[in-house]
Design a protein around this ligand. Structure first.
Ligand code: PLP
Length: 387
């Protein structure tokens, strides 16, 4: 079929550049020790930072929730799919992150493509950190506003772009914890600029919610920031261990999103059983200060154990610990060698990260043991010496 010729060629091109992606089929619950194709691997690959995804207590909560609510929502939120479980979850999440109101979404990707088009249009402007998550880029494109991408973490460049902008409505958008680098955005500086230029500040706390701040209340709580100018987005499939996302902010913001956010309105609501399960997950997050302190110990142990390898470890104090390798083929070879040694660490390549910065993305969770982290650094030391 001629229509497939160019597709086949493009797939072959990806293959030849070491950029072809393939999914691995996991045959056990999410956790440090997983089964793939009959083999046991020690995984440093998930965003399940507190180890809740496979936790029996949360699975029990899910069973109870399924008994109470059945499997599905049956309709979108504005038709008949908005249940008391969703309502309770939204109130709990808003209170938990310290903002007046919240709206829940099926996924973080959907939340991010919903918010910007609801708030901005052609004559407006969006100011985005260059390494923001892809869903934030897509949200900005859907809004059709002018898009300024400033160099990573560069408040001076952002200030310059804000000064130069004649747009009426402005929105600054940033990951709080950058998903492929693990560093934390300069949140106080971003808020100061948002205030000075009367802009909104959209913060994507996918990797901070549940992990940062007292009781895991997220990046805002950790930084001690509060403002109705902030639009806070948290995801519920990472540290919360289930699925979904929420946007928190002023009551007016939430009312507006309920009325205009297309990725909220034109989709079936997430099952109420998930909302109820998530209420249990928030309780577990709140009680997990010990696990968060342990995670910090593992992060320190990993960084200590990596000293002297041939690769660069960027500054990251979070559970996301990239090991920068550079070349696509080299990072794949390294991931394969780790696999042979019984470890699963994902190789992250362009376009997920900039060309020439292919990396291993080690992610640590409170469910790992110190011994497991030390086994990984020992394996990496051996591979570094052999290369
Ligand atoms: C994972 C992620 C998302 C998307 O969230 P999902 O719930 O997985 O769709 C959005 N932003 C960032 C920074 C992420 O890491």
């Amino acid at each position: 079929m001629p229509i497939y010729d160019s597709l086949k060629q493009s797939l072959a091109d990806l293959q030849s550049q070491s950029l072809l992606r393939q999914r691995r089929i996991v045959d056990s619950p999410c956790g440090p020790e997983i089964e793939i194709g009959g083999r046991r691997l020690l995984a440093f690959a998930s965003n399940d930072y507190l180890g809740l995804a496979g936790k029996p207590a949360l699975a029990t909560a899910a069973q109870k929730a399924a008994k109470r609510w059945g499997a599905g929502a049956g309709a979108s939120h504005l038709v008949s799919g908005h249940y008391s479980a969703h309502d309770a979850l939204e109130k709990r999440l808003a209170e938990f992150v310290g903002l007046p109101a919240a709206i829940s979404f099926s996924t973080g990707y959907m939340a991010n493509i919903a918010v910007m088009p609801a708030l901005l249009s052609r004559n407006d402007a969006i100011f985005a950190d260059r390494v923001n998550h892809a869903s934030l880029v897509d949200g900005a494109l859907l809004a059709r506003a002018e898009l300024h991408r400033y160099p990573h973490g560069d408040l001076k460049a952002l200030e310059g772009a804000l000064i130069a902008s004649g747009s009426r409505r402005k929105l600054i958008v940033s990951d709080t914890v950058f998903s492929m680098d693990g560093d934390v955005a300069p949140l106080a500086g971003l808020l100061e600029l948002a205030e000075r230029f009367d802009a909104w500040l959209l913060l994507d706390d996918a990797h901070g919610f549940g992990v940062l701040g007292p009781q895991g209340r997220g990046a805002l709580a950790e930084a001690g920031l509060q403002s109705e100018r902030i639009i806070y987005m948290g995801t519920l499939g990472k540290a919360a261990g289930v699925a979904g996302a929420f946007v928190a902010g002023s009551q007016d913001l939430v009312d507006w999103l309920v009325n205009t956010a297309r990725a909220y309105i034109f989709t079936t609501a997430a099952p109420p059983m998930l909302a109820e399960t998530l209420l249990a997950a928030v309780d577990l997050i709140e009680q997990a200060d010990t696990q968060r302190a342990y995670l910090q110990k593992l992060i320190a142990a990993f960084r200590h154990g990596m000293q002297g390898t041939r690769w660069t470890l960027p500054d990251s104090r979070t559970a996301i610990q990239p090991v920068i390798v550079g070349d696509n083929a080299e990072v794949l070879a390294l991931a394969r060698a780790l696999d042979d040694a019984g470890f699963w660490v994902p190789a992250i390549r362009p376009p997920t990260v900039p060309a020439g910065s292919a990396r291993l993305r080690v992610s640590l969770t409170a469910a790992h043991t110190l011994k497991q982290v030390q086994a990984l650094t020992a394996a990496l030391q051996t591979l570094s010496a052999a290369a």
